[in-house]
Write a protein that binds this ligand. Structure first.
Ligand SMILES: Cc1cc2nc3c(=O)[nH]c(=O)nc-3n(C[C@H](O)[C@H](O)[C@H](O)COP(=O)(O)OP(=O)(O)OC[C@H]3O[C@@H](n4cnc5c(N)ncnc54)[C@H](O)[C@@H]3O)c2cc1C
Length: 289
């Protein structure tokens, strides 16, 4: 199948973008990396009348280090995230997530902004942003606002962006204390969306867990944190994490949504397996210094 007919504009500035979005409304869609939108158009699941190509708008891409946060432009591509020294140093969980996303060709075009605006519940980055306590900066012709990651993902392909709003950038707080993080998932084939996955961040103080964040993906209609499993870890020695308790708490609390690839019971089991493995890996990493 081929895409339904559409018009295309190479947009040169945010002013032009907001003016066109205002004039055309819902019939205009932003084209970033095109890695979700173009296949959706080819299958006629998306039928925009106008494609607004934002790839040439200056200032929407790149990673910058501020005093208290790392700022990532919406148009920053996955491969740039993986290659960034600032991300490797201040938000290594993002770099660790990139190789799990799709394939090299998709990672060379896909963008962070497009990923989170698309809000696929099995996508890695929304969980990573929850684990890192990120903030999303949205902008429209009326101005900008910030949305905490925990309020941004509302459901399958649904976000807190209002009509006419775009993702402008994402900020990640710079770590104030020692921390360790990791991400993993179960997939049918390398590069597929996850059947179940977890992104974990442990903040340490005097060898103990001061704060734990466990964000799951591929198990519900959006990425979500698992508070009971986080609670099970709080205060524990990192060298002796209560892994079984945390996994049991996670399985008790989780009410997964079945999808085409796995039922709820399988997803509950897999989420526990991934979380247990990640915690064991973080504990081992701590022991090895
Ligand atoms: C075979 C295949 C496998 C894949 N596997 C994975 C995977 O394992 N994990 C994963 O996370 N993803 C996967 N993807 C999706 C990929 O990561 C997409 O690139 C990503 O979801 C969208 O980013 P994009 O820049 O390509 O956005 P686009 O496709 O250009 O846009 C996606 C949607 O977001 C909107 N949009 C884009 N940018 C903005 C913005 N700044 N503000 C507001 N709205 C915006 C567009 O209008 C569109 O509705 C896969 C894709 C394919 C084709």
């Amino acid at each position: 199948m081929k895409a339904a007919p559409f018009d295309y504009v190479r947009v040169e500035s945010l002013e032009e973008l907001f003016s066109l979005m205002g004039a055309i409304g819902d019939d205009a869609l932003i084209l970033a990396g095109g890695q979700s939108l173009v296949p959706a158009m080819a299958m006629r699941m998306a039928r925009p009348r106008l494609l607004l190509d934002v790839n040439h708008i200056p200032g929407l891409s790149g990673v910058t280090l501020g005093d208290s946060a790392l700022h990532i432009g919406a148009l920053t591509r996955y491969h740039e995230l993986a290659a960034s020294p600032e991300i490797a140093r201040h938000a290594p969980l993002i770099a660790a997530a990139v190789p799990l996303i799709a394939h090299e060709a998709i990672r060379s075009r896909g963008t962070l902004g497009g990923n989170i605006a698309h809000a696929d519940p099995a996508s890695e980055m929304p969980a990573v942003l929850l684990a890192l306590d990120a903030t999303i900066h949205a902008e429209s012709g009326q101005g900008g606002r910030t949305i905490p990651a925990c309020d941004f993902f509302l459901g399958t392909y649904e976000t807190a962006l209002a009509p006419g709003e775009i993702v402008r950038s994402v900020s990640i707080p710079r770590p104030q204390r020692a921390e360790r993080s990791a991400i993993d998932e179960v997939v049918r084939r390398a590069g597929d969306y996850a059947m179940a996955g977890a992104a974990i961040r442990l903040v340490a103080e005097a060898g103990r867990v001061a704060e734990a964040r466990i964000a799951l993906f591929g198990v519900a209609d959006r990425a979500l944190r698992c508070a009971p499993a986080e609670e099970a870890l709080r205060g524990a020695e990192i060298a002796a994490l209560p892994i079984e308790e945390a996994v049991a708490a996670l399985r008790d609390a989780l009410e997964p949504l079945a999808d085409l690839h796995a039922g709820a019971a399988t997803k509950r089991h897999l989420a526990g397996v991934v979380t247990g493995r990640l915690l064991a890996g973080l504990q081992e990493e701590h022991e090895n210094g």
